[in-house]
Design a protein around this ligand. Structure first.
Ligand SMILES: Nc1ncnc2c1ncn2[C@@H]1O[C@H](COP(=O)(O)OP(=O)(O)OP(=O)(O)O)[C@@H](O)[C@H]1O
Length: 229
């Protein structure tokens, strides 16, 4: 589902590699944590998987698509297969909860009759059906992240990438988001979560890939958080 072979990434202004010879394979239906201290290359990895960046060298394949052969005009097609959530939610402030989720469908020109059906269904899934008229600032952080998750999932992506999804949340809301990610994964979506949340990683017993200075230093099934600080 996701594959990196000997990927190196050096930002134009930088002397060092943000990622240095990273190879990994994530199969369809897996749930994987990517961990590592600040600056280890986690966000760079996510950006490469979204093709927001191109690697300096090496090969990236996502959902059977070789990114080096992917034409610019076809990038939106692959992005549709990937749902993304971020630490800071990135909701549209001047739109309601309903509109935030519907927006993801409007941009890919989903017919209105589907939007009217699928948005409420997604909001029910994340437990926010009754808040559809609210604006983001009227919601708690946990609720905002659930809206972001509904938006990421409404187009039924094959892959969900979450970059520090619990970074701004308290433990209770963090677990709620994790439970939702686990549910989504059980229904077949491949889930990749970048996190610093040691407790969650240690409790969930999933595959854990640890990065350090742009290299993979550990990749374990049912792994735990490796403390190197
Ligand atoms: N746009 C950029 N230009 C130059 N260097 C960058 C850029 N973005 C990131 N880097 C460098 O690349 C390395 C990896 O950064 P990255 O953001 O991927 O780390 P991270 O593991 O996500 O860190 P954090 O946990 O703090 O978010 C760091 O040394 C960082 O300084």
């Amino acid at each position: 589902m996701l594959e990196l072979s000997h990927v190196k990434m050096r930002y134009p202004a930088s002397k060092t590699y943000a990622l240095n010879d990273v190879s990994l394979k994530i199969e369809k239906g897996e749930f994987v944590f990517i961990v590592g201290s600040s600056g280890s290359g986690k966000t760079t990895l996510i950006k490469l998987l979204l093709k927001e960046l191109d690697p300096t060298s090496g090969k990236i394949k996502v959902a059977d698509t070789d990114y080096s052969k992917l034409k610019r005009k076809n990038i939106p097609k692959i992005r549709r297969k990937i749902g993304v959530v971020f630490q800071n939610f990135r909701l549209l402030k001047d739109r309601t909860v309903y509109e935030n989720v519907a927006f993801a469908q409007r941009v890919i020109e989903t017919p209105s009759r589907y939007i009217r059906r699928q948005v409420p269904a997604m909001l029910t899934l994340v437990g926010l059906a009754d808040k559809y008229k609210s604006f983001p600032k009227q919601l708690s952080g946990g609720e905002q992240q659930r809206v972001a998750l509904a938006r990421a999932l409404v187009n039924k992506p094959e892959i969900l990438l979450a970059d520090e999804p619990t970074g701004n949340l308290d433990p209770k809301n963090s677990w709620e988001i994790m439970r939702l990610l686990e549910d989504v994964n059980k229904k077949g979506t491949t889930v990749v979560v970048v996190t610093h949340n040691k407790e969650i990683v240690n409790m969930m017993k999933k595959r854990v890939i640890t990065l350090k200075h742009g290299e993979i230093i550990s990749d374990e099934q049912k792994g735990g958080y490796i403390d190197e600080d």
